[in-house]
Design a protein around this ligand. Sequence first.
Ligand code: SR1
Ligand code: MG
Length: 425
Amino acid sequence: MTQKDFESAYFTMNEDDVRQYVLTQMTYFDKDAELEVNEIGDGNLNYVFLIKERKMNRSLIIKQAGPVARISDEFVVSPDRNRIEYDILKLQGESAPGLVPKVYHYDPIMNCMSMEDLSDHQIMRDALMEKKTFPNFADHITTFMVNTLLNTSDVVMNHKEKKALVKSFVNPDLCEISEDLVFTEPFYDCPRNDVFKGSKEVVENLIWSDEQLKLETAKLKFEFMTNAQSLIHGDLHTGSVFVTKDSTKIIDPEFAFYGPAGYDVGNVIANLIFAYMNGFVTIENEQDKKSYLAYLSQTIIEVVDLFKAKFEIAWRKADKERTAEYSGFYNYYMSRLLKDTAGTAGCELIRRTVGIAHVKDLTVIQNHEQRIYAETICLKAGKTFILERETFSTGEEFLNVVTKLLDKNKGAMNNGRVNNSIGEA
Ligand code: SR1
Ligand code: MG
C-alpha cells in the first residue's frame, strides 16, 4: 500500500486511507494495531468512518467533510464546517456536559475530526420509527437547548466576547443551504423541490398559491439571517440525536452559527410531529397507536414547557446584562423566542415535505393514500405555525395544532383511503 501524504494537501479519504491516517497521524491506537474501518455515514453532507480495534476493544469515529454535499454536488460546501463542528462540540460539551460526544482531535488540512464512538446509541429518528420511546429525551434536550442558547447570548455573555464568537462561527455555505432549502425553495415551484407525486396538487393549493404565507416566510428568512441571538445548533432534527433509554447525545452541529434561538426549539418540535404522523398512519393496533402517540404528545408538550421553565430559572439565576433586568424584558424575550420557534417548526414541516431534503418518517410510508394524508397534515400544521406564530406560548398549544387538524380531517381517511377534502386550503 502506498504511503499517503496527510500533511500537505487535502483529499477525501476512503477506508484504507482512514486506517493509515489513524495509525500515522493519531496516537489513539498502537502503531501496529489491526483496525477494521467501515464508512457508516448516510447523512447528506459528510463521510463518517467507524474504526474498531478488537484486541483492546477500542473504537473511534472519524468524520471528514467533503468539498461538495453527498446529497447533490450542486451544494459546494466549505470543508471549514469541520472546524466549526469541532469547536462547537467542545463549547457545547462545557455548557451541556454529557449531552454531546467527546471530541479528540481536529485536522485543518484533512478537514477531519475524531470523536467518541456512540455505536451503543441509535439515531433517534430510526428509533422512533421502530416506535421506541425515550422518556428522558424532553428533559435532556431542553437542558441542552437552555444551556447552549442562553449561555451564548448577549443576555449573559460579555458583548465583546460574544461578538468574537459570532465572527468565529460565521458559516456562510451552510447558512445558504438553510436559507434556500428551509425558507425559499419549498414555497414556490422550484425545480430542486422533490414533491411526492400524489401530494403535488395539495402543495400547489396550500403552499405555492398562498401569497400571505410567502410574505411570512420572507420575514422568517430575514429573522434567520439577521438575528444573531445565540450560537445555535442549526440542524436540530431527530437525525442529529443519538439515544439509548437513559442517554441523549446531540451530534452534527455543522450548521451552527449565531442565529435565532427558536430555530433549534422549532426544529425539535417539527421532527417530533413527523414521528407522530408516521405513527398515526402506520401503527395498526389501536392500543399501540394510542400509547405511542400519547408518548409523543407528552414529549412535544414537555419540550416546550420544560424549555420555558428551565430557561426562566437559568435567566433569573444568571449574572445578566443590566437592561435585561428591566421589568417586562424577560416576557418580551421569551415571546419572541416562541414566535421564532413556531415559525421554524412551520418551515421545517413544509420544507421536509416539499423540498429536496426529506425525512424518512414520511418517505417510508408505503401506502400512497396514507402518505398523502400524513404530508397534508404536516403542510397544514406548518402553515398554521407560520401564519399564527405570535399566538403560541405553551406545549399544549403547539400539540393542539396537530390534534385539531387530525380531528377536523377525521373523515378524510377511511380504511387507508384519503378523500378530496384533505387537500382543501
Ligand atoms: C444539502 S444538505 C440538506 C439538508 O441536510 C442537512 O441535515 C440539513 O438539514 C440540510 O438542510
Ligand atoms: Mg446532519
